[in-house]
Design a protein around this ligand. Structure first.
Ligand SMILES: *Cc1c(COP(=O)(O)O)cnc(C)c1O
Length: 469
C-alpha cells in the first residue's frame, strides 16, 4: 500500500470521544464504569492502528463496526464468564460442564464459609492452632473405616503427592493395561515422571498376571500401583490382578500397595450400570495401603483429591512441602464436609446428592418427565419443529465413567427449515445457555440431567431459538 493511502486510512480511525458518542457505547456508559468503556475503545483503536501500519489490514473499518468491536470487548469484561448452563446432555458428570452438581448441605456450608470467618485452622477446645484437614478427616475415616485421611486439590494432586512422598527416585510397578489417559489431561506416566518416580510397566495391554508384578520387583521398588482405567474399558480376552491378590504379594515382599480409584464411589448403590465401578470401602477392606479418588465424580462433592489409608504412609505425605502447595481452600473443604455429612445416612445420600439422585432416577420417572417436557416444548415450537419422546441411553460421565450407560427417555427435536447445527448454536448462546445432545438430523434433550424447575425454562429458550429467523 502506498504510504499516503496508509496515512489516509489511519486518519479515518475515529477519535475516542467521537466513538463514545455512538449510541451503543453511550448507552453502555450508563451501566458500565467509564474507565472500562474508554479503555476498551483505546485498546480497539490501538490494535486497528497497528494493523493498518503493519499492512496486515488495508482499510479502516466503518464506524459501526468499530463501535461493535468496542461493545463486544466491554461485554466480555463486565458479563460473568462462568455462567449457569442447562445440561440436557444426560451426562451426569460432564467435565466441560463442571462435573458434580452439589447438594443443598454443601451449598449451605459453602455460603457460611464464604461470607464469614471460620475455625478453619483453630482448635476451639484449646485455642491452639488446629488442622484444616481435621473437619473432613473425621468424616472420611468414619464413613470408610480408613485409618487416616488427607485431602488435596484434586485426584491428580493426590497421586502426585503420594508418589512423590513414597517413591521419588525409586520404582513403581504398574500394569500396562492401566496406564490411562483421562480427559486428555491426566496421564499416569506423566504424573509419575513429575513425581520423580520411575515407572515399571508389566504385562500386556490386555493381560497382566501376578507373576508379572513379582518378576518386575527389585531392590529399587517402592510401591505396587493399581489404577482404575475409568475412561476406557478393556473388553473380551483380558486378565487383571485384583486388589486382594496384589495386597497379598505386597505383604509378602514388604511393599505398600496403592490404588487410584478415580471416581470415588463410597458404597455400592445397587445400580447395575455401576457394577464395574470400584468401591472405596471394598478397596480398603481388601487391604490397599493407600487409596485415592476425586471429590467431584461419583462422590458428588467439590473438586478435591482424597487420600485414604494407613497413617504410616499418610504422615510423611502431610510433612511433604508439596502438601502445602496442593492444600485445598476453605471453600472446597466446606463443600466437601457438607457433602460427606449427608453420607452418614446412605439413604439420604441417594436422595439428596444430585449426582446419586440423577444416576438412580427410575425409568418411570424419567418417562413421565420426558412426556411433560415434550408437551411443553411441542406447544412452544409452534409447528417449527417435530417433537417426540423416545427411549435412549444416558452416558453417566463423559471422560469420568466410560462405558457406563443408563436407559433414559429423550425429547427429540427435529427443526423445520433450520439446520440442527444452527439450532444447537442458538441454544448455546441463549441466556442461560442450553446444552443439548446431537443426534442424526435432530437434537435431543435428556431429562436425566435437567434440574428442578428447568423444564419451563427449556421450553421458553427453545421457543425463542426456533422463532428467530
Ligand atoms: C479422574 C481421574 C483422575 C484425575 O482426577 P482429578 O480429580 O480430575 O484430578 C485420576 N485417576 C483416575 C483413575 C481418574 O479417573
Amino acid at each position: 500500500m502506498p504510504p499516503e493511502e496508509q496515512s489516509e486510512q489511519l486518519r479515518r480511525l475515529p477519535a475516542v470521544d467521537r466513538l463514545l458518542r455512538r449510541p451503543a457505547l453511550a448507552s453502555l456508559l450508563q451501566s458500565c464504569p467509564r474507565q472500562v468503556v474508554t479503555g476498551a475503545a483505546r485498546a480497539v483503536l490501538g490494535e486497528l492502528r497497528r494493523e493498518l501500519a503493519s499492512g496486515r489490514r488495508q482499510e479502516a473499518p466503518p464506524l459501526a463496526t468499530i463501535e461493535a468491536m468496542v461493545e463486544g470487548r466491554v461485554r466480555q469484561l463486565v458479563q460473568p464468564g462462568l455462567r449457569r448452563v442447562i445440561n440436557a446432555t444426560g451426562i451426569v458428570l460432564h467435565t466441560n460442564l463442571g462435573r458434580a452438581v452439589l447438594g443443598s448441605a454443601a451449598h449451605e456450608a459453602l455460603a457460611l464459609a464464604a461470607a464469614g470467618y471460620t475455625n478453619l485452622e483453630l482448635d476451639l477446645a484449646t485455642g491452639e492452632r488446629g488442622s484444616r484437614q481435621e473437619h473432613v478427616a473425621r468424616l472420611l475415616t468414619w464413613l470408610t473405616g480408613a485409618e487416616a485421611a488427607l485431602v488435596v486439590n484434586n485426584n491428580a494432586a493426590a497421586v502426585l503427592l503420594a508418589l512423590h512422598t513414597l517413591a521419588r527416585g525409586r520404582e513403581v510397578v504398574v500394569s500396562r493395561g492401566q496406564l490411562v489417559e483421562i480427559g486428555g489431561s491426566f496421564r499416569i506416566p506423566e504424573i509419575m515422571a513429575a513425581s520423580g518416580a520411575r515407572l515399571v510397566e508389566v504385562g500386556t495391554t490386555n493381560k497382566t498376571y501376578l507373576r508379572d508384578y513379582e518378576q518386575a520387583v527389585s531392590a529399587e521398588t517402592a510401591l505396587l500401583l493399581r489404577v482404575h482405567p475409568s475412561n476406557f474399558r478393556l473388553v473380551g480376552f483380558t486378565h487383571e490382578v485384583g486388589t486382594a491378590e496384589l495386597v497379598a504379594l505386597g505383604r509378602r515382599l514388604g511393599l505398600p500397595v496403592m490404588e487410584d480409584l478415580g471416581s470415588g464411589l463410597l458404597f455400592d448403590l445397587g445400580v447395575p450400570a455401576l457394577a464395574a465401578e470400584p468401591v472405596v470401602c471394598s478397596s480398603l477392606a481388601a487391604g490397599a495401603d493407600i487409596v485415592t479418588f476425586s471429590g467431584d465424580k461419583l462422590l458428588g462433592g467439590p473438586q478435591a483429591g482424597i487420600i485414604l489409608g494407613r497413617e504410616r504412609f499418610l504422615a510423611p505425605m502431610r510433612r511433604n512441602p508439596l502438601a502445602r502447595a496442593l492444600r485445598p481452600d476453605k471453600l472446597s473443604l466446606a463443600a466437601l464436609e457438607g457433602t460427606l455429612r449427608v453420607y452418614l445416612d446412605p439413604e439420604a445420600a441417594k436422595r439428596e446428592l444430585p449426582v446419586l439422585a440423577a444416576l438412580l432416577l427410575p425409568p418411570e420417572e424419567l418417562e413421565a418427565r420426558a412426556r411433560r417436557l415434550c408437551a411443553l416444548v411441542s406447544r412452544a415450537a409452534h409447528g417449527r419443529a417435530a417433537v417426540r419422546v423416545r427411549a435412549g441411553h444416558s452416558e453417566a460421565g463423559g471422560g469420568a465413567l466410560p462405558g457406563v450407560t443408563l436407559p433414559t427417555f429423550l425429547v427429540e427435536i427435529r427443526p423445520q427449515g433450520l439446520s440442527v447445527e444452527t439450532l444447537a448454536a442458538r441454544l448455546r448462546r441463549s441466556e442461560p445457555p442450553l446444552i443439548a445432545r446431537r443426534l442424526k438430523g435432530a437434537l435431543a434433550l435428556d431429562v436425566r440431567t435437567l434440574l428442578e424447575g428447568e423444564e419451563a425454562l427449556v421450553a421458553r429458550i427453545l421457543a425463542a431459538c426456533l422463532e428467530e429467523r
